[in-house]
Design a protein around this ligand. Sequence first.
Ligand code: HEC
Ligand code: HEC
Ligand code: HEC
Length: 129
Amino acid sequence: MYDSGKIIVGLIVGIGLLLFPFWPSAGKYSSKAPEPELTVKAKDAKACVESKTYMTTHHMKLLDAWRNEAVRQADRLYRSSSGKIYEKSLQNACMDCHANKSTFCDQCHNYMGVNPFCWDCHLEPKEST
Ligand code: HEC
Ligand code: HEC
Ligand code: HEC
């Protein structure tokens, strides 16, 4: 007979160890789930460049593609799946609607412990407090 109690304890310990790399960030950063806020401008626009689910999971890939296309191929206009045209620009598109970097982008990034280096070069939006 298998000792199911031991197997379950083993599983729990195993999963805990698998998640170990994420432990430090749990303590270091706020453990409150991020709540990215929308600016009035974003709310008025009602939609992001793509669907919210796509943006939540794929905005880094989209930004990466935008950068390459804009800089290397001088292809600076993006047609969204809804047919709207956006400038492929971090500052002039994303940060125009999401001017509240600290209460939007940083909300999730601090929580996840990611620190995009974009702001080494790109200007952070000026936020009024
Ligand atoms: C025209 C204004 C506008 C532009 C430009 C814009 N966004 Fe958005 N964004 C929004 C709105 C509005 C929402 C919320 C959409 C919803 O709730 O359906 C949103 C949602 C998001 C989300 C999901 C947030 C969440 O709570 O999960 C991310 C991530 C995001 N945007 C990143 C970006 C990035 C990166 C860019 C540039 C590539 C960008 N946005 C450009 C208006 C904009
Ligand atoms: C809903 C939460 C959320 C919001 C809002 C959000 N991000 Fe992110 N972002 C993430 C997560 C999670 C990752 C890490 C994904 C990974 O590691 O695969 C990430 C990664 C990135 C990366 C890649 C960083 C790297 O080192 O690979 C960039 C660039 C980025 N985000 C830009 C932005 C910008 C600009 C905004 C605000 C306009 C924004 N994000 C808003 C959750 C978010
Ligand atoms: C070493 C400096 C540097 C870093 C770091 C950097 N960029 Fe850029 N980026 C530039 C320069 C220079 C341009 C070219 C500006 C132009 O041609 O309009 C550019 C252009 C872009 C563009 C297209 C044009 C525009 O107005 O936005 C996007 C999108 C972009 N970068 C996104 C990012 C993202 C996302 C990150 C972080 C993951 C990042 N960049 C990090 C220097 C940098």
